[in-house]
Design a protein around this ligand. Structure first.
Ligand SMILES: [Zn+2]
Length: 116
């Protein structure tokens, strides 16, 4: 499961943040995960909840995830739009396939609350 390695990487990052802030405990973690990141958010929470128990600093942390929609910008008409079906995306305004992704590939830690 891809999400386990992501959770492990995030936990390493969180431990570093915790140490830098002299935290006794990390209480809340908010993540931003894009629709196109390939991450299944339920699996990520599941993996995170399993791995965090090994780390006292993190064991009671609550994780929440903000899902970022997939937004494209059309290279031809410069309009921005969200898309649900991203297997073969095209611009809904002019039909062009020349698109660039504006958001939706995020996978990072947005906010960490600690107890010091
Ligand atoms: Zn267009």
């Amino acid at each position: 499961m891809h999400e386990v390695s992501i959770a492990l990487g995030m936990i390493e990052e969180l431990m570093r943040i915790g140490r830098e802030n002299n935290a006794k405990k990390i209480t809340h973690v908010k993540l931003r995960i894009g629709r196109m990141s390939g991450i299944v958010t339920d699996s990520l929470i599941f993996a995170f909840d399993a791995v965090k128990l090994e780390h006292p600093l993190l064991s009671s942390a609550v994780i929440s995830i903000e899902e970022v929609p997939l937004v494209y910008e059309c290279n031809k008409c410069n309009k921005k739009f969200e898309i649900e079906n991203f297997t073969f995306p095209s611009c809904p305004f002019c039909g062009s396939f020349g698109l660039k992704i504006i958001s939706g590939e995020e996978q990072h830690i947005e906010k960490v609350e600690v107890e010091v």
